[in-house]
Ligand binder design. Structure first.
Ligand code: FES
Length: 251
């Protein structure tokens, strides 16, 4: 069940270049949220809500962490909220990662940029279920890197930057060639990165999480459709996703 409510902002901090971490407090959302789902945030003075992935769920303390990039007027306005402000939140929305479909004992998480946060929520729950977690995280530059320590607590973590200013230089797919021993992969990030990941991993089941521009977030406006091979011909990312199995949609 989804909720629309005014949730107090519990904390807010800038954790990397143009990247903000917000923690909001909501018993209902924290109890129901699953890794891979998102919140649809109302931004003061803006018509469209902003979909933001859930990065961490603290069910005990009713706290939900989200991370976003400040890339426009909406997200910059959101960042002006201060601790204690009540934020209008709709969620949790979408279908999360199907944890029960995890195959084998080792999961590989592959994230790019602002696609990294939902994988942290996923990695935490997989680790708690006894799954070995390996992470490959790609960022533009050293200044863009976030959550390295958090992922390292989950397991082996490889950081890749486009310009080589931190970690390995190159793309996440360059690092994948070094990793052979995993049973299931999960990826989230820019679509070209997801395409490259899907094309470079054979014979291992995987799930992808797509981040697209959205309108209603509720399946009503068709702003987020993606082609499929089935007779219907499309799926809605907000409602059918944002998580799909690798073969479910046409990238
Ligand atoms: Fe409106 Fe998906 S955002 S249908």
């Amino acid at each position: 069940m989804r909720h629309i409510q005014r949730a107090p902002l519990y904390s807010k901090k800038r954790i990397a270049k143009d990247t903000v971490e917000m923690v909001i407090q909501s018993k209902e959302i924290a109890e129901q949220a699953r890794p891979g789902q998102f919140l649809h945030m109302h931004v003061p003075h803006h018509t469209l809500r902003r979909p933001i992935s859930i990065a961490h769920i603290d069910r005990e303390n009713h706290l939900i962490t989200i991370l976003y990039k400040e890339i426009g007027s909406g997200t910059r306005t959101l960042s002006q909220c201060t601790v204690g402000d009540e934020i209008n939140v709709l969620g949790p929305l979408g279908n999360g990662f199907p944890l029960e479909q995890q195959v084998g004992s080792t999961a590989l998480l592959i994230g790019g940029g602002i696609g990294v946060p939902p994988l942290y929520a996923l990695g935490t729950e997989l680790r708690d279920r006894g799954v070995n977690v390996i992470s490959v995280l790609g960022y533009q530059t050293k200044e863009s890197v976030f959550y390295e320590a958090q992922f390292k607590e989950l397991g082996e973590t490889i950081i890749v930057t486009d310009d080589g200013s931190y970690g390995e230089k190159g793309l996440v797919t360059d690092a994948l060639s070094l990793l052979k021993d995993f049973d299931h992969y999960y990826t989230c990030g820019p679509k070209p990165m997801i395409q490259a990941v899907v094309n470079s991993i054979d014979a291992v089941p995987g799930h992808i999480s797509l981040e697209e521009r959205m309108g209603c977030g509720l399946g009503a406006c068709f702003a987020c459709v993606i082609p499929t091979d089935d007779e219907k011909g499309y799926k809605k990312i907000c409602q059918d996703g944002p998580v799909f199995s690798q073969e479910e949609v046409v990238l």
